[in-house]
Structure formats: C-alpha cells, structure tokens
Design a protein around this ligand. Structure first.
Ligand code: 5GP
Ligand code: MG
Length: 191
C-alpha cells in the first residue's frame, strides 16, 4: 500500500496508509449522486431537498456530492458531538445547537462521513422525523463492517470498510488530517 502525499511526510509511513484513493472516491460519489437523483427524480420537477450535513467530517463529501445533484437544494448543517476528535468514543452522541426547523413537507437527506455505532444517524433521523418531513433518507461515504453499523438504516452507502480508524477526505484525528485527499487508515498516536 502506498502512503498518501502532502504533510503526512511528518508522520511515520506505517501510521497512515491509503485505504480508498481519491479516484475511487470520485467515481463512487458520482454513482451515489446518480442513485439519489433517480430516487428523487420527481423532486427535480417540483420541490426541493433539504440536505443536512453532519459537521465537521462530512464537509468534503458534501461539497463533492452536491455538485453532482441537479435538484433545488437547501443546506442546513447539524452538529453532533461524538468522537471529540479522539480515537475512542467517550460519551453518547449529542446534538449541539439547533437543528433545521423548516423541514415540514420537505425531502430530507442527512449526509455524514462514516457510520460506526449508528448513533449519530439514528439521533438526527429521529429528531428530524418529528418535524414532519415528506421523506427522510441518510447517506454516508463509509460504513464500518460491524453489526451496529450494518443494522442502522442508511439508504446510501459509499464503501463498506474494515472496522478500523480512518482519517482523510474530511475525517480527522484530533482535528488533523481532514485535508488528506484519500481515505486512510490511521494507526498510532502522533497527531
Ligand atoms: P457513530 O455515531 O455512527 O458511532 O459515529 C459517527 C461519527 O463518529 C462520525 O460522524 C465520525 O465523526 C466519528 N467516527 C466514527 N468512526 C470514525 C473513524 O474511523 N474515524 C474518524 N475520524 N471518525 C470516526
Ligand atoms: Mg461526525
């Protein structure tokens, strides 16, 4: 496996290794967008999508995804505290600040970087469901192959990956590495 380029030269080469490179990501993002477009074809004629990116990890994915979506889209971000930038989860997922209120009668698409325990997606979906949307779907770039993730309802999944800690393409370790263009496994403690 190759290591990714850029400032990862500052960390030992066996700490960060490319799992899914940028070209594969680009192809898959386009495929997911095509799938969403098909499922929400009616909305293209009339109506709009309220797209809810979960901050901060989804930002790169969302930026790429929305440019392949031809719909009328409104973006309403949500913040969920789950990992605190650490490798280990320390508390239950918690919504920080306000969630979009004006989803009544709208088609909602929740977008996150990765599905792990599934808590984040379940929490946001349950909260938004109470606000009477016309439909609600979830989309993640990555899903870890562990039972909790596989059992969580998620309509669009980019890649199933091993149950390993990953960084890059928006995902962080202690707030670093989000700008790596590839999804990489991260082993070690060096930030
Ligand atoms: P869940 O709520 O499904 O357990 O976890 C979802 C959130 O945990 C993601 O939005 C992400 O912020 C974080 N997370 C889960 N697994 C990883 C991982 O392997 N790497 C990074 N950087 N964040 C992760
Ligand atoms: Mg997150």
């Amino acid at each position: 496996m190759t290591t990714t380029t850029r400032y990862t030269s500052q960390v030992p080469s066996n700490t960060i290794q490319v799992l899914i490179d940028r070209d594969r990501i680009a192809v898959r993002v386009e495929e997911i967008a095509a799938q969403i477009s098909r499922d929400l074809a009616d909305v293209r004629v009339e109506g709009e999508i309220v797209l809810v990116p979960i901050l901060t990890g989804s930002i790169i994915f969302v930026a790429d995804l929305i440019r392949h979506l031809p719909h009328k889209i409104r973006i309403e971000v949500a913040t969920v505290q789950s990992y605190y930038g650490e490798k280990k989860k320390v508390k239950q997922a918690k919504i920080i600040g306000a969630l979009p209120r004006n989803v009544d009668g709208k088609h909602v698409l929740i977008v996150d970087d990765i599905l792990d325990s599934g808590e984040t997606i379940r929490l946001i979906r349950n909260e938004l469901q109470q606000r009477n949307p016309k439909s609600i779907r979830a989309c993640v770039l990555l899903r870890k192959q562990r039972p909790t993730a596989m059992q969580t309802t998620c309509e669009y999944v980019g890649f199933d990956i091993p149950d390993e800690f990953v960084v890059g393409y928006g995902l962080d370790y202690q707030s670093y590495y989000r700008n790596l263009p590839d999804v990489c496994t991260f082993k070690g403690d060096a930030p």
